[in-house]
Design a protein. Structure first.
Length: 70
């Protein structure tokens, strides 16, 4: 659980542009993992789940920042 809390603290200190860059990178990684999975080249399929969760956490941080600026 400590890893999650540290990750969220790190996200909350980043700017909106940095968060968007990280979101784009995570989505590209997810696409590549899905492509590898479709071609039976992916050994660790649980990585897809981890990246999806990371995307959700980044989107949560973006939403928190947007709501805080209102």
């Amino acid at each position: 659980m400590k890893k999650f809390e540290d990750f969220m603290k790190d996200l909350r200190t980043k700017s909106a542009a940095e968060l968007n860059d990280e979101l784009v990178a995570a989505k590209k990684e997810l696409f590549n993992l899905r492509f590898q999975n479709a071609t039976n080249q992916l050994d660790n399929t649980s990585r897809i789940k981890d990246v999806r969760r990371r995307i959700a956490r980044i989107q949560t941080a973006i939403t928190e920042q947007a709501n805080a600026s209102r």
